[in-house]
Design a protein around this ligand. Sequence first.
Ligand SMILES: [Zn+2]
Length: 167
Amino acid sequence: MLAFTHVAAGCASSLLVAEYLHAGPVQTILIVAGGIIGSHLPDIDHPKSAFGSRVLPLSLPISAVFGHRGITHSLIAVAGMSWLIWWSLHYVHWQQGFTVPLVVGIATGYLSHLAGDFFTNSGVPLLWPSRRRFVSPLKFCTGDMREYLLAFGMYGWSLMECLRMLK
Ligand SMILES: [Zn+2]
C-alpha cells in the first residue's frame, strides 16, 4: 500500500477514534497527528519506504533482523498497539495533557496501516515468525486504481468530518 493511502487511513481511523472518545479540539488534533505518524511506523522495517528512508539508522538493522513485513506487521504488533490504547485510556486521565491523545493516535494509525496492508496482494504475516501471509478476500495491487479510489474516499470523508467539527 502506498504511503499516501496509509496516511489517508491514519487520518480517517484516528478521526473516528476522536469522535468515539468525544475528544475536544486540541485532543482531536493530537489524535489525528498521532494517527498520521503511526500510519508510517510499521514500515520502519523497510529502508526504502517513505518513513524507513528517513530513519535509516533504525530501519536498516530492523530490516536486516526481521525483514520487511515481519514482526512490525504481526499479531504481536497488533496486540501491543491495542494494549497501548486500552492502557492509555484506562489508566491515564487522558483529557488532561497531550501525551495520551498522541499515543492513542499513534497506536490507531499503526493498526490502520496493518489493516491497509491486509487488503494488498502481499498481505501481512499475522502469525510471525511463521512466514504465512494473511490477505483479505477483497484485495488489490499496491498503486492500482482501487487503491487511489479508497485513498481519495478516506481523504474526502476526513475533510468532511473536519469541516463538520468546525461548525
Ligand atoms: Zn506496511
